[in-house]
Write a protein that binds this ligand. Sequence first.
Ligand SMILES: O=C(O)c1ccccc1N[C@@H]1O[C@H](COP(=O)(O)O)[C@@H](O)[C@H]1O
Length: 197
Amino acid sequence: MYVKICGLSEPEHVAAAVEAGADAIGFVLTASPRQVSPERAAELAALVPDRVLTVGVFRGEDPATVRAAALAAGVRGIQLHGKHPHGDFTELKDLGRTLVRAVDARADLRCGAFDESLLIVDAPRPGSGEPWDWAAVRGRPTGRWLLAGGLDPANVAEAVAAAGPWGVDVSSGVETAPGVKDSALIARFLTAARRAA
Ligand SMILES: O=C(O)c1ccccc1N[C@@H]1O[C@H](COP(=O)(O)O)[C@@H](O)[C@H]1O
């Protein structure tokens, strides 16, 4: 079970996620209570060992803006959330970063359909912490895909059983308030997700 912890903004929480065995760590570089500057993301990314994928999260920005911010942040992955056209992914391919497409259940759920190497199937309101009908996507996504949206340490096993994802992605469910991560919740989520596999 691949696990991504998203929306980190403090070194102690980056360290907690790495220590607990996260496969990927996300820095939100778009409007959000979790937004960090590319410079702050670069400081945090420098603390992450190579085995953990660092991902910059964007939503609606044009490819030139995404390119500049991703390069400044030094992230190895680029997550485009929402209705980015295929052409946005094509324009970013030459960067050699891991491209991640994040969509809700109404979208094309074939990983690779937009030349991405990782797909995230999320709630209609990303980063809201709202659970949704995870079972509705069971059997639909293809390839490497992560389930996101309203997951937390207590429900991740149920969500995995319902949807059958390749991995999971969490932000709100490891926070005590919007944008305030909690190291103990991060560790509990990793443990619960691994057991759910
Ligand atoms: O986390 C945010 O604030 C955010 C903002 C804009 C686009 C994506 C965002 N996060 C993504 O949302 C899911 C996690 O959702 P939840 O909070 O666990 O319900 C994950 O894919 C994040 O990358």
